[in-house]
Design a binder for this molecule. Structure first.
Ligand SMILES: [Zn+2]
Length: 452
């Protein structure tokens, strides 16, 4: 082990211990005081190193402008402290994507692409120091206590982690070490290609998008998979209750969630099963969507980053807050669900025809769930007042279309909305490397304004 490698490992262990044992806030005031201290340093010392924030540096956080993926991509060099331009970093990222070899870096910087689900693709930079810290934080926040000895006791077998993602990155392979046997599975190859390797590795921890977990659970129920993971983490997609049930049935444990995006490590499930925002490492301002304050889009400031600046960055996600505090006692905000992305909200005219009102993804999903197992797969895309619904069933297709029409009419009546015009088609499986997106707003109805 050379000294650089040793230093990196120590950094990972350091942030593991710090995150797990020191950064456990039980009182909200303590958490906010810690955030305020870190933010002061971040705004005074870190962000002035970038072109974008040079002139703005001494303003408080709330005076800084809000950014999003589009503004980041429009002024890429301005938003990082190394003044790296898109032209410099894109070739590294694209080459990794094409060759499926994710090891190349630009000096000590890893270049990652975010899955461009809604058109614009995002590019994110992470330095090696940040990567090592990230690995420590991720392990600290997600590993159950029973598996910890495997990380530290040399006489025990290393912890085996299987990781399914659309793209690997140095970010993830940082986790590999003498104490962690880390296997990356490339989703572009399809699930069937992974089963044998997965059986051989027999992972303790299984990490995958919700639809992949579901596929693996079905393979296990069919006897093709013999693994017995002790901890299962869902990433990158909304974990629906039906996915969680199949996973529990197959492996005997409930999947937990990591809420992680290219923009940062945003949340994790605690031992009580609640999703908490990672507020010890990120400052999160809720941008409320409704007057009752049940749902918001998060505006995040990552005060731990030093390379890519994420400052009052608006995520496209919709989070629903938990109605009661979590029994674990953590002060970090509890989330009932990551409902999906803002473009998964479908919009319909109110009964009075004056304005458009939102139909939230979880409300619609729940109504469709009531149709039962006969609705095996579906997607609904909205274009103006027309909803294209593609369904799969092994039962009576026309009967199902009829029941779905009635269920939607009932739901809309309850919500005070006009029912959509529906057009039906047959559901086709998307390629394995694409994210599941059941609901998609492609085009708003014209001439009416949207009111949450
Ligand atoms: Zn909790």
């Amino acid at each position: 082990m050379n000294s650089e490698h040793l230093l990196g490992t120590l950094r990972t262990i350091g942030s593991f211990v710090f995150s797990r044992y020191a950064l456990r806030f039980r009182r909200r005031e303590r958490l906010e005081a810690w955030q305020a201290r870190r933010l002061r340093y971040f705004i005074a010392r870190v962000i002035p190193r970038s072109e974008r924030f040079k002139a703005l540096a001494n303003d408080g956080l709330h005076r800084l402008p809000i950014m999003d993926k589009a503004s980041l991509m429009n002024d890429f060099a301005g938003f990082n402290t190394r003044a790296l331009s898109l032209e410099q970093v894109l070739p590294v990222a694209l080459q990794a994507e094409q060759s499926r070899d994710f090891s190349p870096t630009l000096g000590d910087i890893t270049v990652g692409l975010s899955s461009g689900t809604s058109g614009a693709q995002g590019v994110f930079l992470v330095s090696s120091v940040e990567r090592q810290r990230w690995a420590g934080i991720l392990l600290a926040r997600t590993l159950p206590r029973a598996l910890l000895p495997r990380l530290v006791c040399p006489w025990l077998a290393p912890l085996r982690i299987a990781f399914f993602l659309r793209a690997n990155s140095r970010l993830y392979t940082t986790l590999a070490s003498r104490r962690i046997d880390f296997a990356f599975h490339d989703l572009t190859l399809g699930l069937a290609a992974s089963l044998e390797r997965l059986n051989q590795q027999n992972p303790d921890v299984l990490v995958a998008p919700a639809t992949v977990l579901r596929g693996l659970a079905q393979a296990a129920l069919a006897g093709q998979l013999t693994i017995r993971p002790r901890h299962i983490l869902s990433v990158a997609e909304v974990l629906e209750s039906t996915d969680a049930e199949v996973v529990q049935q197959a492996f005997g444990i409930k999947p937990q969630q990591i809420y992680q995006a290219s923009e940062g490590f945003l949340g994790y499930t605690c031992e009580a099963g609640t999703l908490h925002l990672n507020e010890s490492h990120l400052h999160i301002e809720p941008q409320w969507l409704d007057p009752q304050r049940t749902r918001f889009q998060p505006i995040i400031t990552d005060f731990s980053r030093r390379t890519q600046l994420i400052v009052r960055y608006r995520l496209n996600d919709i989070l629903r807050v938990a109605s009661a505090p979590c029994s674990c006692g953590r002060a970090e905000r509890a989330i009932a669900a990551v409902e999906g992305r803002a473009d998964e909200i479908l919009w319909l005219p109110r009964l009075d025809g004056q304005q458009l009102a939102p139909l939230y993804p979880d409300v619609l999903r729940r109504a469709l769930l009531m149709l039962g197992a006969e609705l095996e797969e579906y997607e609904i895309h909205q274009r103006g007042l027309l909803w294209q619904a593609n369904l799969r069933t092994s039962g009576d297709y026309h009967g199902l279309c009829q029941r779905l029409t009635e269920a939607l009419a009932e739901l809309c009546a309850q919500q005070g909305l006009q029912a959509p015009s529906l057009s039906f088609g047959h559901w086709q499986a998307p390629p394995p490397q694409t994210k599941r997106r059941r609901l998609l707003m492609l085009q708003l109805p014209e001439g009416l304004s949207c009111v949450y």
